[in-house]
Structure formats: structure tokens, C-alpha cells
Design a protein around this ligand. Structure first.
Ligand code: AHG
Ligand code: MN
Ligand code: MN
Length: 340
């Protein structure tokens, strides 16, 4: 190591040079996101010491009870992003409708959708949680507030996607379409420092990650896949391991680095899970952009996540994501092309 740290701010400027059409606005937007991440990280790391854990007593549009830290993180993301003049509209898991930029702030050419705190059921157990974000360029005319149309773009039009994982260390992982880069927060000088340069995920892994408590509610193809995974003995003779943390960011991040597959399929446990649980705009799409940039694959079991045209803000989507060969095998089972 030369001793000189490549910080996120410096890396963003370098990345911006790859996008001649980008102005300083993109750098400013990502810098705002990294500031929000630091504030959320600081509060997540001391959550047990301040009155910020536990249920907020409210529910979101998904009928899920909101944790205090969900709402705190949502507020921090919105406050950090709206003032900079880089966005024309936002969307968040914790807000039923689009979030306009307040009139006192200038409008920008980007839109951002985000999950302010992913894995919130794990907060009180001190298990890794995260923030996920996705950025597009607006498609409606400049000079007016952004609309839902700007947010309902297919995932392949993202110009940037990333997540922050609040774990044993706080890391930000992002892509702008030229590879995937990981930055670890150095608390001594409060900067994200490049720690994982140009991440590539293994073509196949040894881990499958799924909540098997829903087994009885899956389609037969999905059941056949898990039956196979339990018995699979790949060439190296080592059977697969089952790992499930229950925070998408944590399960995804582990598989990105080690290789493996994460599945959250549709199930018929209740009517609102016919498309699974995860949301397309601010969970599946950003993770799909990242995993493809790292050489992996992401589908809903039938088609590529990034090709799906969203129809509504909080649309759910089945998610099969991770190492390319592993996802392809799961797709064969889910599509009925393979039963063992
Ligand atoms: P969020 O906390 O943002 O609602 O996301 C939770 C999601 C995701 O992080 C995780 O993969 C999934 O919920 C776990 O769901 P189950 O508890 O049903 O397995
Ligand atoms: Mn989430
Ligand atoms: Mn969330």
C-alpha cells in the first residue's frame, strides 16, 4: 500500500471522468449519500445507547411495522439528498408516494430511490443491516419537479447503484457501470477508503441463501431446487452450505465476495407475496446492477431483473441473485427444465 488512501470522494471524481456527460452534480450527489451513510452508521453503532431502537409504532405501505431507526435513516437520507440541487424527485421504501424536492431547493437532473435501512428486523440483535440506493437520470423535461415516470425506469438505465453495510465495519459498495468498488469507513478520519478494488464475484459458489421456512408455500420448481441444493456435491466434493442472515445487504455482500446464490422467490403464503417480498426499485434493481458489474447474474427466475419495466413504486419481485452458474442452475429448476 502506497500509504496514500484512495477515498470515496477521490474515486467518484475519477469515475466521473468515465462519464463525460456527467457534471460535478453526480460527484456532489454521491458525496451527499456518503455523508448520510456516515450519520446513519454513527447512530446504528450506538443504537443500543440512545433511544433509537425498537418499534416506532407506525407501519409502512407494505404493512410492516417501522423501526425507529427505519424512520431516522429515512429522514437522514432525504435531508442529505434534497438540498444539493442534484435531484428532481426521490422515492423511499418508507414513504408511500414519491418524495418531491422542496421548492426552496434547486432541481437537478438525477432521481434516487432508496431503502434507508434494510434488514431492520435485525437491528436489536446487532446483526448487520444496510442502506441501498439507485440513481437514474430524469426522463421528464428539466425545470419541472420530477414525476413517478422518472422513477419507474427499467433497471438497465441506472447510472449508479450502491449499498452501505453497517457490520463489523461500515462499508460502501457502488458501481457506475465501470466495475464494483468497496470502501471501508475509517473512523479515525471519517472517510470511506478504497478497500475492495474492482470486485468480481466467483462464477460459482458453495453457499445457497434462502428462508426455508416458506418451503411449503413455494412452487414445485423452487422446492426441487432446494431439494437438489441440499444434496448437491459439486466436482470438488464439498457440499453446499446454507447461510441466511435475513438482511438482504448482508446476505448479498457475503455472496458477492465469497460466491453463492441468494433467493427470495414468490410464495403463496399470503396474497401480497405472489411476487415475493423484496421490492424492485430499491432492493432488486440496485443489487442486480452491482452483481452484473461484478460478473454475476440476477433474475426473477424467468427474466433478467434489469430488463423489467416497473409499474409501481413499491412493486415486489422475486429475486434470484449471485454467482452466474449458480443462478442459471436455479433458473432451470424454477422454469421446470430440471427436476433434479
Ligand atoms: P427491510 O428491512 O428493508 O424491510 O428488508 C428486509 C428484507 C431483506 O433485507 C431480507 O432479505 C428479507 O427482508 C428477509 O425477509 P424474511 O424475514 O421473510 O426472510
Ligand atoms: Mn430492505
Ligand atoms: Mn428497509
Amino acid at each position: 500500500m502506497s500509504g496514500f488512501a484512495i477515498t470515496l470522494d477521490r474515486h467518484i471524481v475519477d469515475q466521473e471522468r468515465n462519464h463525460p456527460e456527467a457534471t460535478g452534480a453526480f460527484t456532489s450527489l454521491l458525496t451527499d449519500i456518503s455523508l448520510a451513510a456516515k450519520i446513519i452508521s454513527y447512530n446504528v453503532n450506538k443504537a443500543g445507547l440512545i433511544n433509537i431502537v425498537g418499534k416506532a409504532g407506525t407501519t409502512n405501505i407494505h404493512g410492516e411495522s417501522q423501526q425507529k431507526l427505519d424512520l431516522f435513516s429515512d429522514e437522514i437520507m432525504i435531508k442529505a439528498l434534497v438540498h444539493g440541487g442534484n435531484l428532481c424527485v426521490l422515492a423511499s421504501e418508507e414513504n408511500p408516494d414519491i418524495i418531491p424536492v422542496p421548492q426552496k431547493y434547486p432541481l437537478g437532473k438525477y432521481v434516487c430511490c432508496f431503502d434507508p435501512l434494510d434488514g431492520s428486523s435485525n437491528i436489536e440483535a446487532n446483526v448487520s443491516i444496510g442502506t441501498i440506493f439507485s440513481i437514474y437520470t430524469r426522463i421528464t423535461p428539466a425545470g419541472h419537479p420530477g414525476t413517478e415516470e422518472d422513477l419507474l425506469q427499467p433497471g438497465y438505465k441506472q447510472i449508479c447503484a450502491g449499498y452501505v453495510i453497517y457490520g463489523s465495519s461500515t462499508m460502501m459498495v457502488y458501481t457506475t457501470g465501470s466495475g464494483v468498488y468497496g470502501f471501508t469507513l475509517d473512523p479515525t478520519f471519517g472517510a470511506f477508503v478504497l478497500s475492495h478494488d474492482n470486485i468480481k464475484t466467483p462464477k460459482k459458489g458453495k453457499i445457497y441463501s434462502v428462508n426455508e421456512s416458506y418451503f411449503d408455500y413455494w412452487d414445485e420448481g423452487m422446492k426441487n431446487y432446494v431439494r437438489w441444493a441440499k444434496k448437491a456435491v459439486p466436482e470438488d466434493g464439498r457440499p453446499l452450505s446454507s447461510r441466511y442472515i435475513g438482511s438482504l445487504v448482508a446476505d448479498f455482500h457475503r455472496n458477492l465476495l465469497y460466491g453463492g446464490i441468494f433467493l427470495y422467490p414468490a410464495d403463496n403464503k399470503s396474497p401480497n407475496r405472489k411476487k415475493g417480498k423484496l421490492r424492485l426499485l430499491y432492493e432488486a434493481n440496485p443489487m442486480a446492477f452491482i452483481v452484473e458489474q461484478a460478473g454475476g447474474r440476477a433474475s426473477d427466475g424467468q427474466k433478467r431483473i434489469l430488463d423489467i419495466k416497473p409499474l409501481e413504486l413499491h412493486q415486489r419481485i422475486p429475486l434470484i441473485i449471485g454467482s452466474e452458474d449458480d443462478v442459471k442452475i436455479a433458473e432451470q429448476f424454477i422454469q421446470g427444465k430440471r427436476t433434479e
